[in-house]
Design a protein around this ligand. Sequence first.
Ligand code: NDP
Length: 419
Amino acid sequence: MARLLIIGCGGVAQVAISKCCQNSDVFEEIMIASRTVSKCEAMKEKLQNTTKTVIKTAQIDADDVEALTKLIKDYAPDAVLNVALPYQDLTIMDACLAAGVHYIDTANYEPEDTDDPQWRAIYEKRCKELGFSAYFDYSWQWAYEDKFKDAGLTALLGTGFDPGVTSVFAAYAKKHYFDEIHTIDILDCNGGDHGYPFATNFNPEINLREVSAPGSYMENGKWVEIPAMSIKREYDFDGVGKKDMYLLHHEEIEALGRNMPEVKRIRFFMTFGQSYLTHMKCLENVGMLSTTPINFNGQEIVPIQFLKALLPDPASLGPRTVGKTNIGCIFTGIKDGKERSIYIYNVCDHQECYKEVGSQAISYTTGVPAMIGTMMVVTGQWKQPGVFTTDEFDPDPYMEALNKWGLPWQVVENPVLVD
Ligand code: NDP
């Protein structure tokens, strides 16, 4: 039925590829194209005798719009799924427009070089105007709205778990449980243990940039920014137990704040153990999280990229990670004149994911929704010209697909709230 070009072949991509191959009725043909083609070939080798999906591979540098446009035109897919890095979002969107195909991703744009003066000037203006200082924001991709609309193409942004499923949960809560939502708390708990003193569960560069940045939340339509890790709460997670969690800036706050302006407060919390935080603080203090190149023995290196080379590859954590994740949203509001609160969440087991697709649960909980979001677009269920986040469509078919494709969810009434 559909032909899909998948860009990237890291931890998340490998799950998305495996799930597309399980869903051959929709994804009859896929091409895996990435910077290191040997990884694409290894995935093809692993999967081709287990699926009806016809798999092709290609080498591509997705920063090169011209080469990518040619690849898209030659392969002629119905859509492109970007599971490379957020650095490539804009170049891949440009190539999709040039080639006339739909675009899907899991994370919003951020620049690789945060010292680029042109980007920096826009960034600093945004920090002042909006009041949050994260390197990533939706403005760059929302600016493509007219281009996608005029071309009659869909761009679906951020269809991972968070963002992605969490925003679908918000649309589902709004549709079925509330007349008015007043607060949303998004809780991301990873109770998994990989046995390393320090490792990240997805791309280290993107992950460490995100969690070492100041936290922020939205209250009455305005951003409130706080020093990194300065708001801490304990929560007892189903399937995991009690964990410390910290308030972070996160991209779905921005999209939900725009699309559900009636919500009075939106916050995001993620769990971290003390050892992770101590390692991260130490690395930050010695400059290892810096994105500014330094000269070392006559060679220019970017400290955080060097650190990435030292850390375990997140795609390799699958066999050794045990425990569960629990990711979801607590909503409060009004239904039929009465106060109501619900918690919608998924619990996912690292080892079950490994048995099924050879990956840990963080890659799994991102790669499955990447396949589902793509399926929504290519089957026409979520196909509209323009640029959208996952809270802007009918949540029901997506929620059904989560149950079917490995991420079952539950709704609990009157949950314990985060104060
Ligand atoms: P990885 O680093 O494991 O994989 C990234 C892949 O992209 C690698 O295969 C890499 O190639 C490839 N790549 C990088 N640059 C280019 C380029 N210029 N051209 C072509 N290919 C390129 O990352 P993850 O799999 O952990 O993360 C993938 C995406 O998922 C990220 O955008 C991340 O932010 C997002 N994510 C979203 C989440 C959500 O819930 N919404 C949660 C977790 C992640 P090579 O093999 O050569 O390095």
